[in-house]
Write a protein that binds this ligand. Structure first.
Ligand SMILES: Nc1ncnc2c1ncn2[C@@H]1O[C@H](COP(=O)(O)OP(=O)(O)OP(=O)(O)O)[C@@H](O)[C@H]1O
Ligand SMILES: [Mg+2]
Length: 257
């Protein structure tokens, strides 16, 4: 479980986050949603310790992330898997080398142990046998899977995914969501996902926060989305006329039933 306590982040005169207090639970995907520029990536980076908050705290369980010394921070980092916005695969490395990289950085595993783990992780994302290909030689969806394999290689307790579906068609997006969800449930990972993909919200949104103007404008889960009368949520989610109609029907059915 990860908990934030009144996190703020200011860049110059730009107050991006003005006080975020929330919890992200283990074993389920936790979603951060909001328009472009709302501060989703900034919040994710604060959760991982890539930015320092202007004020406020981040707790991993009972551990205060920003009170740790570099050595203790490294221990936490080993438990963290990351899937960055874009893929952030190393273009000059093969798929196998990309997945091996965190093991090279953080472990003293032998070459044979690493090879075995790379194969396990590729199998986990249904991509076995593509070890020797370069990222440019596989499709966008496959690159995401490789990114997930790399994020999973050290058996993380915490997984952070920044827009894992960006640039994918809707069907592939759903498969990627299901894969992340499945790994999260099976391994009891605390997974935090940034997204503005409505299929993700309605498909895997077990715990959702909506950011707007530096604050949490709405908090709930996918089944509460259709019934909420929160104006910010409505403007964000039901931007399309089709979704507005769907929601009107759901509300009507509810009042009839
Ligand atoms: N390193 C930085 N220095 C200064 N300002 C930054 C920095 N990183 C982000 N910002 C500012 O923080 C705000 C939020 O950016 P952020 O990248 O978190 O948005 P986002 O919600 O992830 O958007 P998107 O959906 O487009 O990815 C923006 O105004 C951005 O300019
Ligand atoms: Mg972003």
């Amino acid at each position: 479980m990860i908990r934030t306590e009144n996190i703020t982040k200011t860049f110059g005169s730009n107050e991006v986050l003005k006080g975020i207090t929330t919890e992200f639970y283990a074993g389920k995907p936790n979603l951060i949603i909001g328009s472009s520029g709302a501060g989703k990536t900034v919040l994710l980076k604060l959760l991982i310790g890539l930015f320092t908050p202007t004020s406020g705290k981040v707790f991993y369980g009972d551990t205060d992330l920003y009170a740790l010394n570099p050595k203790e921070l490294r221990v936490i980092r080993m438990k963290v898997g990351m899937l960055f916005q874009g893929n952030a695969l190393f273009d000059s490395m093969t798929v196998g080398e990309n997945i091996r990289f965190p093991m090279d950085m953080f472990t003293k595993m032998t070459a044979q142990e690493k090879r075995k783990r790379v194969d396990e992780c590729l199998e986990m994302v249904n991509m076995e046998g593509i070890n020797d290909r370069f990222p440019s030689e596989v499709s966008g969806g496959m690159q995401k899977r490789v990114g997930i394999a790399r994020a999973m290689v050290l058996e993380p307790e915490y997984l952070f995914c920044d827009e894992p579906n960006s640039g994918l068609d809707p069907q592939t997006s759903i498969l990627i969501d299901e894969l992340i969800c499945d790994l999260t449930n099976r391994n009891n990972i605390t997974t935090v996902i940034n997204t503005h993909d409505m299929n993700s919200v309605m498909g895997i949104g077990d715990n959702i926060i909506l950011l707007k103007n530096g604050l949490i404008a709405w908090h709930g889960n996918k089944s509460q989305v259709l019934e909420s009368d929160n104006q910010v949520l409505e403007d964000f989610i039901f931007a399309s006329p089709f979704l507005r109609r769907l929601r009107a029907d759901a509300l009507k059915q509810r009042s009839n039933g």
